[in-house]
Design a protein around this ligand. Structure first.
Ligand code: UN1
Length: 497
């Protein structure tokens, strides 16, 4: 069995503990992909030390030159797209058409960031005084610790790592334990692209050990995290205590609102993709549908018919439409959530159970599930993020109530409204409490050059993606140049009263 290594200072090195964890395919527990280091705090501290050293020279390279390297990384991601997609599918399960899209997001991010290195604009402003110039420009922050989830094992790390490097920071990356092979290939690609030794480092292992060590290391100046609200909140607290900057991308319970005038074929296509794409394991997944009473039964009937037909299986098979959930405990969580929904009196329309036909018995497969007649405040499933292929459907009688239901949520990442009424569409854009709102499209489908992030329990005010990513990975240096040859005291010498 292949034993993988950490990537520190441009070298592939064993973890200090010499202990390993196995990377097992969620589609088949007998398919063991390899063993990865169970690294400890010493490994993390080594990586941070070299990243701190490498920062001194990387930040001095002109930003457009750093951009040239990231453009080459985009070319290599393009060349390795299909091969990398198979690696990703094997370790985290979603079908290859989805993992190819995941790599494409990284390609888009590389090309976008490469050009953005020529546009890291600053500001100039008039001074209060004569013969004085005021300006402010972006500077890098230092060593960034990047900790990510497994569901977008290339795209989401790229949203953080690529802009971080573009801005002149160095990186210590801890990939998710469920998708370490993708993290390994990320390092191979950046190395081939010409990222200098020590600028990008990968340390594999547990969040509770390596993630903690990253957050605790005083030389890490920023932590970028994607994962659960529970872990993110913990990280945020720790970063606050040590004055580290911190960008958190956490949970979601995203709703699509369906009004009676909506194009029902479009609604069903969108609900199917939003709820069951990536087996419902996106932070942007559609996990609630709030449907107008006039079309409620039609929605449930048509969606259930399509959900029952979805081909579940190994994502590496060409005809698979929906892969497994990530691991056994995730499967058990889906079973538990459905049991609670039943107990609380909601109606299981389809699915609701583990899929075990044929080869499926060796993997972690859960049938696409629709839970209907879900009532806010009464049913846990209306509020709780499951991260699985389960859609909770709620009836509404009017638009205002639908918006209130949508906002009755501790998270606020994505949202969708299906209607042909332009007035309702604009009111929803204004009133929905979420970082992202789609009109007549499902809650998933973010593009790399647009801000991505959420409000309330989803985030802490930052937006990855697009131009806003460069706000996360830079801070401002303000400069006053006084060429008067005299002491000019601001707020004092320029006012005579
Ligand atoms: C995530 O689930 O963490 O918009 C990211 C989407 C994808 C990204 C999802 N482009 O669903």
């Amino acid at each position: 069995m292949e034993k993988f290594k950490n990537y520190i200072n441009g070298e592939w090195v064993e973890g200090k503990s010499r202990e390993y964890f196995q990377n097992v395919s969620p589609a088949n527990k007998n398919d063991i992909i390899g063993e990865f280091p169970l690294s400890n705090a010493e490994d993390v501290n080594d990586a941070v030390a070299v990243a701190k050293e490498a920062y001194k020279s990387w930040k001095m390279i002109p930003a457009p030159k750093r951009g040239d390297i990231l453009r080459i990384a985009g070319d290599i991601f393009t060349r390795r797209k299909k091969e990398l997609a198979k690696i990703m599918t094997r370790e985290m399960g979603k079908p290859t058409f989805e993992t190819e899209g995941d790599v494409q997001e990284a390609i888009d991010t590389c090309y976008y960031a490469a050009t953005e290195t020529r546009r890291l604009f600053g500001h100039t402003a008039p001074s209060e005084m004569d013969n004085k110039m005021n300006l402010s420009f972006r500077t890098p922050i230092g060593v960034c610790g990047i900790i990510t989830a497994w569901n977008f094992p290339i795209a989401v790390p790229s949203w953080k790592i690529i802009p971080a490097l573009a801005c002149g920071n160095t990186v210590v990356f801890k990939p998710a334990k469920e998708a370490p092979h993708s993290g390994h290939v990320f390092a191979e690609i950046l190395e081939e692209a010409g990222v200098p030794k020590g600028v990008f480092n990968v340390v594999h292992g547990k969040g509770s050990v390596c993630g903690e060590a990253i957050v605790d290391n005083k030389d890490v100046r920023l932590v970028g995290f994607t994962g659960s609200t529970e872990v993110g909140t913990h990280i945020g607290g720790r970063c606050g205590a040590t004055n580290k900057q911190c960008s958190l991308e956490m949970g979601g319970k995203n709703a699509m609102i369906v009004m009676a005038d909506a194009n029902m074929d479009l609604v069903i296509d969108g609900a199917l993709w939003g709820a069951f794409g990536t087996t419902g394991q996106r932070c942007t997944a559609t996990s609630r549908a709030i449907v107008h009473a006039d079309v409620y039964d039609e929605f449930i009937e048509k969606l259930a018919e399509r959900a029952n037909k979805l081909r579940i299986g190994d994502g590496l098979k060409a005809d698979t439409e929906m892969g497994p959930v990530i691991h056994q405990s995730s499967l058990e969580n889906c079973v538990r959530a459905v049991a609670v929904a039943k107990e609380e009196g909601a109606r299981i329309v389809c699915g609701g159970e583990v899929a075990t036909d044929g080869d499926l018995k060796d993997g972690c497969f859960f049938k696409p599930t629709i839970v209907a007649d879900v009532v806010p405040g009464k049913h846990t499933i209306f509020h709780e993020e499951i991260f699985g292929p389960i859609l909770a459907v709620t009836k509404t009688t009017n638009f205002k109530e639908a918006i209130e239901m949508q906002n009755d949520c501790e998270y606020g990442l994505s949202s969708a409204l299906y209607t042909k009424d332009v007035n309702k569409a604009f009111a929803a854009i204004r009133d929905i409490e979420a970082g992202i709102t789609y009109i007549n499209a499902p809650t998933i489908g973010a593009e790399a050059h647009m801000p991505f992030g959420g409000v309330k329990g989803t985030g802490n005010g930052h937006r990855e993606g697009g131009w806003t990513a460069f706000d996360i990975f830079t801070e401002w240096k303000t400069v006053y140049v006084d060429y008067s040859d005299s002491l000019q005291r601001a707020q004092i010498d320029n006012y005579d009263d």
